[in-house]
Structure formats: structure tokens, C-alpha cells
Design a protein around this ligand. Structure first.
Ligand SMILES: [Ca+2]
Ligand SMILES: [Ca+2]
Length: 356
């Protein structure tokens, strides 16, 4: 669905799509021709640069809007790619400018999840294959629901989203099982030698994308639903910990399996849900903290891979209010922030967009 600009040169540009809804955002192409991009991000120390993850196993660099020919990292020979498998995200250490450490999450050639550290050269032009250091791996029983997001929290710890392992309905009930790493949000201090991942939260089905608000430190998770409900989970930075987001007892706010949730930590209901009338696979996004889009400040921007709809909502007193349709982006695989907090998105069809 093509977004048509009303008129150029207006101070406030609104747009309409074929469905007739008013949209506040107009995604602008930055670069095309990417190979199945799954993620976009940047270290805080590098304004003007974006790092785009390509599902087959490459990280590409966009410098001031121009795609560099040479990949930053190429691990295609280590990666099984296709469907929900592949190189799924990258996270730069908060001290990347000094320590040159970055972390990737990918599906290996046997279909299992690996979280691995690389370091870049001093100039930051490429990641060094020989610097590879595996933090941990998790065996995957099915091809789908691999999670795949890595991101640093405000505590400078690396968080890793793990899906429930796949198939449908979490057949081995792993998401509620605290002795399994599937269906969890894990955390690990990557600078601590020999550290093992620990469970930060559980009851997740497939937290494909999650983020931390760069201003408040709050955690936002888009957890992909089963048959009926897509959900957004919100957890304030100051929280008791060990949140149970409900799956597979609950899908969204409705009972999915008739059983009791695991009585550990505390049960958290989604802050927002939408039914499969609005899509079928939520792509969690970011609270906008940039400066260019005044109307978006402080709003959480998210979307749906299936319908391509981008929405935003206003967090207020622990509730999601004023849900607004913002744009359409086909095959919306990820949102991402640049160093200054401006928002971008990638389509699996190969385009990087700036949200403006
Ligand atoms: Ca189950
Ligand atoms: Ca849930």
C-alpha cells in the first residue's frame, strides 16, 4: 500500500492510504536493495551511521544515507536462514566506542540459537571474525519462535529474547517452566568471564522485538500471539523482577490453556492488545525520544509484520492511551533507533525507512 503525500511544503504533512485513514508519519526510503533485513540499530557514539542486519548473516553499514558495499560482518556460513531463522539482531555494548564489543543473536546451521560477541577494529569499520566469543547457546526444538532480539538495558546488562521453542500452543509448556530457557527474557553480563544467562522474565511466546526506553529505562516487549491476540507488554524500570507475561496460560488477556500460571514472580497483563483483525505478528518498537518528530515524542511506536500497520500509543500512568494509526510498511520486520533516537524501520522486502 503506497502512502500518498497530500502536498509538499506543508509544515505539518498528513497522509492518507488506500484505507482512507489519516496517518501522521510518512516513511521515507533511506536505502533499498538490502537482503531480508531483520534489524536496524546504531551505537550511541556514531551519529550518521546505521547498522542493518541481513537475515542470511550479514551486517551492513549505512553512512549518512549511503550503503557501504563491504559488510561490517559476514557470518553467512555459520547461519541457517529462512522463515524465522537467521541472523536476527545486533546490540552494541554501551561502551562500544572504547571496548569495540558487539553481540549478535542467530540461528546456527543446526537450527539452535547462539549469542556471540565480536569486536570491531579500532576504526570501527568491520567486526573481526577472529574475535568471536560465544556467550551461550540454546537448543531449539522447532524452526519457529526463536525470539532473536539482543539489547542492553539501563543496567548495562545484555537482555536476550527467547521464544517458546515453536510449533504451536507451546506443546511442551516451556514458557511457564522456570527450568527451561525457552519462552523467557534472559539477561547476562557479557563482560563477566564465564557468566551464564539467567531468567529476567518468563511467560513469553515469541518476543521478536523488545526495547528499553532510552529516557526512562522502561521495558517494552512485543510478544507475538497464537491465533487471536497480539500483545504489548510494559514493565517500568523500577519493577520487582521475574515478571510472568502469561503465555501459555493467557494469549493477550484471554485464557489460552485452562491451568494455573506458575506461582513465581508476578503475573503481568499486557498494556495493549489487538486482535487478528489488525494483523497477525506484532513487531515491537520504541518510545520515540528523538527531536525531529515533535508529535511523536514520548509515544511508543510499534507495528504488525503481517498487516504492515504502524501504530503509536501514549503511555500514561501504566496504561496505553490514545492508540493512533501512523503509517503502512509492508513486511515490517523491525524498528530501530539511530544514535540520536530518531526512528527507522526495515521491511523484509529489502528497504530501510526513516520515520518522519
Ligand atoms: Ca501448551
Ligand atoms: Ca502474555
Amino acid at each position: 500500500m503506497r502512502v500518498l503525500l497530500l502536498a509538499a511544503g506543508l509544515a505539518c504533512v498528513a497522509a492518507f492510504t488506500a484505507d482512507g485513514a489519516t496517518h501522521a508519519l510518512s516513511p521515507r526510503d533511506v536505502v533499498g536493495g538490502l537482503v531480508s533485513p531483520t534489524n536496524v540499530t546504531a551505537p550511541r557514539s556514531e551519529p550518521g551511521r546505521l547498522y542493518v542486519v541481513e537475515q542470511p548473516g550479514r551486517i551492513r553499514v549505512v553512512v549518512n544515507g549511503t550503503l557501504r558495499a563491504r559488510p561490517f560482518l559476514d557470518i553467512t556460513r555459520l547461519v541457517r536462514s529462512g522463515g524465522e531463522q537467521g541472523l536476527l539482531s545486533v546490540a552494541f555494548h554501551p561502551d562500544y566506542a572504547r571496548n569495540r564489543r558487539l553481540y549478535v543473536d542467530y540461528t546456527d546451521v543446526s537450527g539452535n540459537t547462539r549469542v556471540v560477541e565480536y569486536r570491531s577494529d579500532r576504526a570501527g569499520t568491520r567486526a573481526l571474525p577472529a574475535s568471536r566469543r560465544q556467550l551461550f547457546s540454546v537448543r531449539q526444538p522447532y524452526e519457529n519462535h526463536n525470539g532473536g532480539q539482543v539489547a542492553f538495558g539501563p543496567d548495562r546488562i545484555l537482555y536476550v529474547g527467547m521464544g517458546d521453542g515453536g510449533s504451536g500452543g507451546d506443546p511442551q509448556n516451556r514458557a511457564q517452566n522456570l527450568s527451561r530457557l525457552l519462552g523467557k527474557l534472559l539477561k547476562i553480563d557479557p563482560l563477566k568471564k564465564g557468566a551464564r544467562p539467567v531468567i529476567a522474565a518468563y511467560g513469553l511466546r515469541n518476543p521478536w522485538r523488545f526495547s528499553f526506553d532510552r529516557t526512562t529505562g522502561d521495558l517494552w516487549i512485543g510478544d507475538v500471539g497464537q491465533d487471536k491476540w497480539e500483545e504489548i507488554d510494559w514493565t517500568p524500570r523500577v519493577s520487582p523482577g521475574l515478571e510472568n507475561y502469561g503465555w501459555d496460560v493467557y494469549e493477550g488477556n484471554t485464557i489460552y490453556e485452562d491451568k494455573q500460571p506458575t506461582p513465581r514472580g508476578h503475573l503481568v497483563s499486557p498494556v495493549h492488545v489487538y486482535s487478528h483483525d489488525g494483523g497477525y505478528s506484532v513487531t515491537g518498537g520504541f518510545v520515540y525520544r528523538g527531536t525531529r518528530n515533535a508529535g511523536l515524542r514520548g509515544r511508543y511506536v510499534f507495528g504488525d509484520y503481517g498487516s504492515g500497520t504502524v501504530w503509536s500509543l501514549k503511555p500514561a500512568g501504566g496504561k496505553a492511551t490514545d492508540v493512533r494509526t501512523e503509517a503502512q510498511i509492508p513486511a515490517l520486520s523491525s524498528f530501530g533507533e539511530d544514535a540520536k533516537g530518531e526512528l527507522y524501520a526495515v521491511s523484509l522486502t529489502g528497504t530501510l525507512y526513516r520515520l518522519t
